[in-house]
Write a protein that binds this ligand. Structure first.
Ligand code: G3P
Ligand code: CA
Length: 236
């Protein structure tokens, strides 16, 4: 099944990584949700892309300086538009509770340090091995997840890759290779598939790049405007 993954939710249409953005993604035809995981000061895992609060909330400074109780008080919607004033940050456990039982693929990106053990624990505790992919730009982080568990599906976010890296990714049974849409070619996709990887692109900034990825033969992509991808897939 082709993966239309709402990137931080339908983040072109609603404030990223909020419930509003995830619901909007589903409403717009996404069959999966991508999100970013971090720790609060007191060890709650919650969803936020940037380390700093300033861009996407009314808070300031590093999110890791705040307890989950303090983070929950922030407005994570007004920066986007008045319509979303009062949207809250979301804990990982709430995200799992709300979306984990729906027919959706959940793509979890490890943004902070040392999240591996807790994330694996949650994925197993909530019986989500089959519908979850744990992703990272860090090879070491994925290696640690694999050390902790032999079954969790892994996706490597690649700014660049070569055959040596592919060999090392295979050693830790990485299932999915995620190249940036901007550098993707048809030949890359063919090679990666021949080497046994599912290919999912990211940084799909506009419709032209979306069509480029589709023409290259990717298996899925994270996208801020899932409705356009849904439309394109229907007309193929
Ligand atoms: O899909 C991967 C993508 O989310 C990685 O980039 O910066 O959006 O987390 P970023
Ligand atoms: Ca991400």
């Amino acid at each position: 099944m082709f993966r239309n993954l709402a990137h931080r939710g339908a983040s072109q249409h609603a404030p990223e990584n909020t419930l509003a953005a995830f619901y909007k993604g589903i409403e717009m035809g996404a069959n999966g949700l991508e999100t970013d995981l971090r720790y609060s000061k007191d060890g709650t895992i919650f969803l936020l892309h940037d380390e700093m609060l300033d861009r996407t909330t009314n808070g300031t400074g590093s999110s890791s300086n705040y307890t989950w109780k303090e983070l929950q008080e922030l407005d994570a919607g007004s920066w986007f538009s008045a319509e979303y004033a009062g949207e809250r940050l979301v804990s990982f456990e709430s995200f799992i509770y709300i979306f984990g039982r729906k027919p959706l693929q959940l793509v979890l990106e490890l943004k902070g340090d040392h999240l591996e053990e807790d994330v694996v624990r949650y994925v197993k505790k909530y019986d989500m091995l089959s519908n979850t992919i744990v992703t990272s730009f860090s090879y070491d982080s994925l290696k640690e997840v694999r050390r902790l568990d032999s079954e969790v599906k892994l996706g490597y976010l690649a700014r660049d890759w070569d055959m040596d890296l592919l060999g090392r990714l295979r050693e830790i049974q990485v299932f999915q290779l995620c190249p940036s849409a901007e550098t993707l070619t048809e030949e890359h996709v063919r090679t990666l598939k021949q080497e046994g990887f599912e290919v999912r692109s990211w940084k799909v900034k506009d419709e032209q790049l979306m069509h480029h990825c589709l023409n290259c033969g990717v298996d899925g992509m994270t996208i801020n405007f899932p409705e356009k991808l849904s439309e394109a897939l229907q007309s193929r």
